[in-house]
Write a protein that binds this ligand. Structure first.
Ligand code: ADP
Length: 393
């Protein structure tokens, strides 16, 4: 079977000039700093995300505090992810894991992830789509990332109350074309060629531009990811004040019987015995509170490996939620110790960490970790984990 994994090294670097790429120390430093920054930001983001999930909400109030905070945390989380991808793209470590997927659920996920920011700006998204199946060989998370970036730009660079139109159609036999059209500030003809360059923030006198900050990374990542899927992306605009259209073309593939990996499960959650291991009290507190809200679970917690092992002397957890950066015995060492315990052989070991690192993932798997999830931890993620227990064990 063909290898569907692609790394950026197959494509020319658009980030760093060649001479820069020959200085591994500078790139190593960049990776180190962004990895530490991401880790340091993911922990507080996790506490904030849990706090938001615990807040009551009025579903009819588009401007509720909960929705306002959720939008901000999503935006910060996205910035952290984009920054890491930028760092990875400096030496070709951006990866996409492709498989046949149905495009439309991923477009809906992207629309969902911007729906609060769009609603807060009294904007609306309309989607026009042909009825035929639209499948492609793609990385589901990356496809969502591409369209989330385009949609959040369409909202950010448009006035309140405007409409964003997403059109999806098959062009030629084997290509899907997705157009994201807004009625916003538009782009000058000579800037159209550079908007996809990293750090190219087009100068404009319009007060909407940059009102929400932004690193100038999003479109660079969009182009990179689209190219890694064998597609192309470009922008058109009639000029300043006349709106913009971003076009993405991706090669299609034959529809499959089912889209593996999409969790359609609506089974009720079954109470579980859960051990939380994290040295940050705020994380333990919030995980406890979220799990209590989900109801019925028997919970224990520990702030380091030794305490965790003493809890395990008389507690048989079905799930262990494990922070990897523990003081003293590391999370990986603890995972190995837990796997040695006869009564924990069937426990689901879940790493919840701020470190997004391929090597660490591999080491965690070798140490006996079943699932590796990045913070922030949301109520949704905990529900997924609780459901996985039933599927995997
Ligand atoms: P950021 O939005 O963080 O500045 P991006 O890489 O996403 O960075 O976009 C680069 C630049 O392209 C933006 O700064 C903006 O000037 C321009 N741009 C992106 N999307 C739009 C849009 N929908 N309408 C007008 N200009 C846009």
């Amino acid at each position: 079977m063909a290898n569907n994994d692609t790394t950026l090294s197959e494509f020319p670097s658009q980030v760093f000039p060649d001479d820069h790429r020959q200085k591994p120390n500078a790139i190593d430093q960049l990776h180190r700093v962004t990895a530490i920054l991401a880790h340091e930001l993911r922990n507080p983001l996790s506490v904030l995300q849990a706090g938001i999930d615990l807040m009551d909400d009025d579903a009819n109030d588009e401007h509720s505090l909960k929705k306002l905070f959720q939008t901000q945390v999503q935006q910060m989380t996205r910035l952290v992810e984009d920054l890491l991808d930028l760092s990875r793209s400096a030496d070709g470590r951006v990866r996409v894991k492709r498989r046949p997927i149905d495009l439309l659920p991923r477009l809906n996920d992207a629309i969902k992830s911007v729906e609060q920011v769009v609603a807060q700006r009294n904007q609306r998204i309309t989607i026009n789509v042909t009825s035929e199946p639209l499948w492609l060989n793609g990385d589901p998370q990356r496809i969502v990332q591409i369209f989330t970036n385009l949609l959040s730009n369409a909202s950010k660079y448009s006035e309140q109350g405007t409409e964003i139109v997403v059109s999806v159609a098959r062009v030629e036999n084997d290509t899907i074309e997705i157009r994201v059209c807004d009625h916003g500030i538009g782009i000058d003809a000579e800037d159209l060629a550079i908007v996809f360059d990293f750090f190219s923030q087009v100068k404009t006198s319009d007060s909407l531009a940059h009102s929400d900050g932004g690193l100038g990374i999003g479109l660079g990542l969009v182009r990179t990811l689209v190219q890694m899927h064998g597609g192309s992306a470009w922008a058109t605009s009639e000029g300043i004040g006349k709106g913009s259209e971003f076009v993405v073309r991706l090669p299609s593939c034959e529809p499959q019987l089912s889209d593996q990996g999409r969790d359609q499960s609506v089974e009720p959650l079954v109470p579980a015995r859960i051990l939380i291991v994290d040295d940050q009290r705020s994380n333990v507190y919030m995980l406890n509170a979220l799990l209590e809200k989900l109801g019925g679970h028997e919970l224990r917690s520990a702030s380091d490996g030794a305490t965790a092992l003493s809890v395990l002397a008389e507690f048989i957890p079905e799930i262990v939620l494990l922070d990897l950066g523990l003081p003293g015995m590391s999370g990986l060492e603890l995972a190995k110790e837990i796997r040695q315990l006869e009564h924990c052989r069937h426990s689901l070991l879940v790493a919840l960490t701020g470190y997004d690192d391929d090597q660490l993932r591999a080491e965690a798997t070798a140490a006996g970790v079943d699932l590796y999830h990045l913070k922030p931890v949301s109520m949704d993620l905990l529900q997924q984990i609780l459901r996985r227990r039933r599927i995997e064990r």
